[in-house]
Design a protein around this ligand. Structure first.
Ligand SMILES: O=C(O)CCC(=O)C(=O)O
Ligand SMILES: [Fe+2]
Length: 317
């Protein structure tokens, strides 16, 4: 378990002196770094001004009281969809409890959720959840625009990458402590994300690990004023395999419980994922993936239930 690879840290904070106004030199420079990080590592650490300490504290305090609610209350948010709604101790997430909220940005979603969980509602948590979700979404759209710029693609591709990120599902997860507090336990099995982009922040308790091509798991320590940003299979496919969808997992150890908030950007079900012609050439970048519908990929994934190179099996040429 080592830190032989250095995950890039990209600093979007005003205090770092960069101006990220679209089209500016700073913006172009950062776009290049985003592209390079996704090509070399499939992820980067993002430092930003969007989640001040106060918001982060409110979020994780709120999440703690959410997970402390009685089991039958949490079960009210159950959903028959795979890994949707409230899940506890499933085979995929053996040692954790998790709420997956679909379409987290729809105006009534946070309200409906908090009213279901707390009889008297929970306006503070509702506001916190909406605010963190929308700030995180803004960041993910900014990053995707930078991807278009980083590849030097025409502007028309901005709406295409926005489509890749059409729907935002948020997830809140509590990882249980290992029984003897010492042994490392796999709380979330190794996987790649099946959507386009995931932004993850946590309560400062480590547990997330990525598996770079070099082959050893690397501990991830998410900056307190930011996120780790991870490429999913759909962005990898769209980039013609130039980006890596890095395999990651969560392990628990020690005596502090990990809480994580994740915003996944996913395409609409009927969206077609098609590599831009500018990213294909006969010599170095032959076409890697045929065009496909997102929902067909997801159906294939759930029907095969395999994690092994599912994108390659499904759409690889
Ligand atoms: O909790 C984390 O840090 C990662 C969660 C994750 O990878 C996922 O839910 O797909
Ligand atoms: Fe993940």
């Amino acid at each position: 378990m080592g830190s032989e690879i250095e995950i890039p840290i990209l600093d979007f904070r005003k205090s770092s002196g960069v101006t990220l106004e679209e089209g500016s030199e700073g913006w172009k420079e950062m776009s290049k770094k985003v592209r390079e990080a996704f090509e070399s590592h499939g992820c980067f650490f993002l430092k930003c001004d969007e989640i001040p300490n106060e918001l982060r504290e409110k979020m994780f305090t709120g999440m703690k009281s959410l997970f402390d609610l009685p089991e039958e209350t949490k079960q009210k948010f159950s959903n028959p969809g795979a890994y949707r709604g409230y899940t506890a101790n499933s085979h995929v997430i053996p040692h954790c409890q998790s709420f997956g909220i679909d379409d987290a940005l729809k105006p009534d979603t946070a309200q409906g959720f908090t009213n279901l969980m707390w009889l008297e509602g929970n306006p503070t948590f509702c506001e916190t959840l909406s605010s963190l979700t929308s700030k995180t979404r803004e960041l993910s759209l900014l990053i995707l625009k930078m991807v278009v710029e980083g590849f030097g693609l025409p502007e028309k591709y901005i709406s295409e990458v926005e489509e890749l990120n059409n729907t935002n599902d948020s997830r809140m997860t509590r990882y249980q402590l290992p029984e003897d507090n010492k042994h490392l336990e796999i709380a979330l099995v190794p996987h790649t994300d099946k959507g386009s982009l995931a932004l993850i922040c946590d309560n400062d308790v480590q547990g997330l690990q990525v598996l770079p091509k070099s082959g050893n798991w690397v501990d991830i320590s998410i900056p307190p004023d930011g996120f780790v940003v991870i490429v999913g299979d759909m962005l990898k496919a769209w980039s013609n395999g130039r980006f890596q969808a890095v395999t990651h997992r969560v392990v628990t150890r020690g005596d502090k419980e990990r809480l994580a908030f994740i915003l996944f950007g996913v395409p609409k079900e009927d969206a077609v994922i098609k590599v831009p012609s500018e990213l294909v050439d006969d010599k170095d970048h032959p076409l890697h993936y045929r065009p496909f519908k997102y929902e067909e990929f997801i159906d294939y994934h759930y029907s095969t239930r395999t994690e092994k190179a599912v994108l390659e099996q499904f759409a690889g040429l």
